[in-house]
Design a protein around this ligand. Structure first.
Ligand code: FES
Length: 106
């Protein structure tokens, strides 16, 4: 369908294939992208799947829900375009999207 690039805090890039309807978190896990821990398995309950969406792609990724934002408020590296990757459903429009990973998850 397309691909998304995850960029680690040290600049390492991981381009992964995406599948519509899956989550951004699942795409990272399926491709062993380091830095996405996803301790709660995608339940929006741990905050360890934090990603920072490239500003150009922010509108495509959408905005965080209130519950998601409460989790993100606890992450030290929260940015304006932060999302919990388990809450981002992959769509065709995300082909080419770039997201950055924080240095530390919670
Ligand atoms: S995997 Fe736990 S909040 Fe996303």
């Amino acid at each position: 369908m397309g691909s998304i690039t995850f960029i680690e805090h040290d600049g390492n890039r991981h381009e992964v294939d995406i599948e519509e309807g899956s989550s951004l978190m699942q795409a990272a896990l399926d491709n062993s992208v380091p830095g996405v821990d996803a301790d709660c398995g995608g339940e929006c309950a741990c905050g360890t799947c934090h990603v920072i969406v490239d500003k150009k792609w922010a509108s495509v990724a959408g905005i965080a829900t209130e519950v998601e934002n409460q989790m993100l408020d606890m992450t030290p590296e929260k940015a304006a375009t932060s999302r919990l990757s388990c809450q981002v459903k992959v769509t065709e429009a995300m082909d080419g999207m770039v997201v950055r990973l924080p240095e530390f998850q919670m």
